[in-house]
Design a protein around this ligand. Sequence first.
Ligand SMILES: Cc1cc2nc3c(=O)[nH]c(=O)nc-3n(C[C@H](O)[C@H](O)[C@H](O)COP(=O)(O)O)c2cc1C
Length: 229
Amino acid sequence: MTQQGPKYLMLYSTTDGHTKTIIETMAKQLTDENGARCDVADIKDGGRYPLSQYQKVLLGASIRYGYFSSAFHEYVAKHQGELNAMPSAFFGVNLTARKEGKNTAMTNAYTRKFLTQSPWQPQLSGVFAGALWYPRYNYFDRVLIQFIMKVTGGETDPAKEIVYTDWAVVRRFASDFAALPLTVPPRPPTPEQRRGKWASGGAVQWALALAGVSAAVLFGRRMISSKRE
Ligand SMILES: Cc1cc2nc3c(=O)[nH]c(=O)nc-3n(C[C@H](O)[C@H](O)[C@H](O)COP(=O)(O)O)c2cc1C
């Protein structure tokens, strides 16, 4: 009888294809080194891959003009319950992560913002420096990226194609993903859940206070009118 390896779902959100390349690189490593069976797909087609059929899930998404794609956010919002209930991981891809001090999930502004606001709290998170492919961009994008790179001290030569991704970091992340335990420990409430709890707690306190004041006013009026009688 042949031993079957773990089954992983790996979804990517990409515009220029680099996030897909990163996730395919990880899928190859997981297959070669861990005997994993990896389904790699565009997150737009994520609905075709029921999460219940997988032992782990990995989502990777790139940044464009400050934002992850709406397809990525929609997938997370729709599947947050299942994602939180299984071993899961997330990585972001952007050019800011090429810089020291902005290259971890919690020091990169895009991934930090996502993780502090997301209803999904993956067990493993990372961020990878992306690619700069001036000749492939349209005029508008090229000029804007040139401007941003100039401001941030990066490459501005429009003939250049540079991949900043540190493949050793990608490789380590894939190994960490393989090492995630198959059971999900009970987790503390997400920042959003905490805010929700606090907000509803606050609403209850407001309602109680209002009811208390109304009762006091009614009682006071009764007292005054009974004294007059
Ligand atoms: C039009 C455009 C806008 C971008 N906006 C940002 C940005 O706001 N912040 C950033 O750090 N990187 C930005 N990048 C860099 C991309 O995140 C990077 O090129 C990444 O490798 C793209 O991945 P993808 O090919 O999977 O879409 C931008 C790139 C392009 C072409």
